[in-house]
Design a protein around this ligand. Structure first.
Ligand SMILES: Cc1cc2nc3c(=O)[nH]c(=O)nc-3n(C[C@H](O)[C@H](O)[C@H](O)COP(=O)(O)OP(=O)(O)OC[C@H]3O[C@@H](n4cnc5c(N)ncnc54)[C@H](O)[C@@H]3O)c2cc1C
Length: 396
């Protein structure tokens, strides 16, 4: 009989896992507590491993990418507000694909709806698990419809917790958030701009970073840019009290440059935005018997790593592969799956600390060092481009 898996969360990790499971011959059911799909969203740079996972999941053809020609132009603003050539997110090695989160979501949605002869995945909105009981032979899950308040108990062969940073599956099965979530004393606010920063071209990326604060504008080929404001704070809890825009205005009060001004003014008009604290999730093991966590629920790398979406895709694709390779033994499959992913995830969790300095330097010396490193890297890139042009090659 076809085995059934409950996937909790209709995010990138959940849909990837559902497709991976279906490829392995399982019948996944996705429950999502929201009442509808989450579209649009912030800039995501998808790295080669993520693009390969998208291909493995059969959704690469659905993925709309928005890279400006040649990676686009990036500028840094100096302390005086003057622009100088800079390095944007898209200029890093690996040539990331520029997308918004919703582009990956839309591609995966097409993937779970139909796949050749496969049945569409059963997706239930406004539904969340309230009890998870692993009996040793199956997992009995009490599901709540948050619209009607109705409860229903169902039995599954596997539960996949893909319910993000503050995963309820992790809390119910593995332990409280404090056991696994590390706090980074930093905040982020990400949103779509209606228009580019005045005097910059539509697809430009513009960065302004000072001690403890960073403002990033990510340009696209065919969409107004998205903005990211990030700052460090010793009082994370306090940041959630009162008006978000006032919090941000206070945090950025002595940075009166065109990027910060434009971003803060645009935020006042933004129909929605993401405002949250920054964490990483660290767990000694991502599965317990018949329950496994994927994506941010298991290993949240956080936005500074720039790898969360990439590994959410890869986690699902690899889960499918491991289940295909060990169809008769779930324990063996989950162990193989974790041992394939963990070394890279551990490496990127460590690297994220260093990358955080690029987004938001921790001190004045770190800010100065960051500027020097970026100027040198930018000059090296210019030399490479000039050489490629002279040789008549393409410009990366
Ligand atoms: C500003 C920003 C920039 C980023 N930039 C990049 C980047 O450049 N490159 C990159 O690779 N990654 C980036 N990331 C990270 C990436 O977006 C995430 O790692 C990835 O989207 C996580 O996906 P997920 O499916 O694990 O979690 P989520 O997207 O959080 O999805 C979890 C889902 O579970 C649902 N859910 C939660 N609780 C329940 C429940 N109890 N019952 C049912 N459903 C539930 C939620 O509603 C949601 O739909 C960025 C993140 C941010 C915030």
């Amino acid at each position: 009989m076809q085995r059934r898996a409950l996937v909790v969360g209709l995010g990138i990790a959940g849909m990837s896992a559902a497709i991976g499971l279906r490829q392995a011959g399982w019948r996944p059911v996705i429950v999502e507590r929201a009442t509808e799909r989450r579209r649009g969203g912030y800039f995501v740079g998808l790295m080669p491993q993520g693009r390969q996972a998208a291909a493995d999941l059969g959704i690469a053809g659905h993925l709309h990418t928005r890279n400006p020609p040649g990676g686009g132009k990036a500028y840094s603003l100096t302390r005086r507000g003057n622009r100088e050539p800079g390095l944007g997110f898209l200029h890093q090695p690996g040539a990331p694909a520029a997308v918004v989160r919703g582009d990956i979501e839309a591609a995966l949605w097409q993937g779970i709806r139909r796949d050749g002869t496969s049945e569409p995945v059963d997706v239930r909105f406004a539904t969340k698990p309230v009890e998870i009981d692993d009996t040793g032979t199956d997992v009995r899950v009490l599901l709540e419809n948050t619209g009607t308040g109705a409860w229903r108990r169902e039995s599954f062969d596997l539960v996949v917790g893909a319910d993000g940073l503050r995963s309820s599956v992790r809390r119910m099965v593995f332990g409280p958030h404090e056991d696994f979530m590390t706090t980074w004393d930093a905040m982020i606010c990400a949103f779509q701009l209606q228009a580019q920063v005045p005097s910059f071209a539509a697809a430009d990326s513009v960065i302004s970073a000072r001690e403890g604060r960073g403002a990033w504008v990510f340009g696209f080929a065919d969409l107004p840019p998205t903005a990211l404001l990030t700052y460090r704070t010793g009082d994370v809890e306090g940041q959630f009290a009162g008006s978000t825009i006032e919090r941000l205005r206070t945090a950025f009060s002595d940075m009166d440059d065109p990027v910060v001004r434009h971003a803060l003014d645009s935020l006042e008009q933004a129909p929605d935005f993401l405002f949250d604290s920054v964490h990483q999730v660290k767990m000694p093991r991502w599965s317990r018997e018949r329950v496994v966590l994927v994506g941010d629920a298991a290993w949240c790398l956080n936005l500074y790593s720039g790898m969360g979406a990439t590994f959410a895709l890869r986690g699902g694709a690899e889960l499918g592969r491991a289940l295909r390779e060990s169809p008769g033994d779930l324990g063996v499959a989950l162990t193989a799956w974790e041992s394939r992913l963990r070394p890279a995830i551990t490496r990127h969790q460590r690297l994220a600390r260093m990358k955080q300095q690029l987004f938001v330097p921790s001190s004045r010396p770190a800010e100065a060092l960051r500027s020097v490193v970026l100027r040198l890297a930018c000059a090296a890139r210019e030399r490479r481009l000039a050489k490629a042009r002279a040789a008549g090659g393409s410009t990366p």
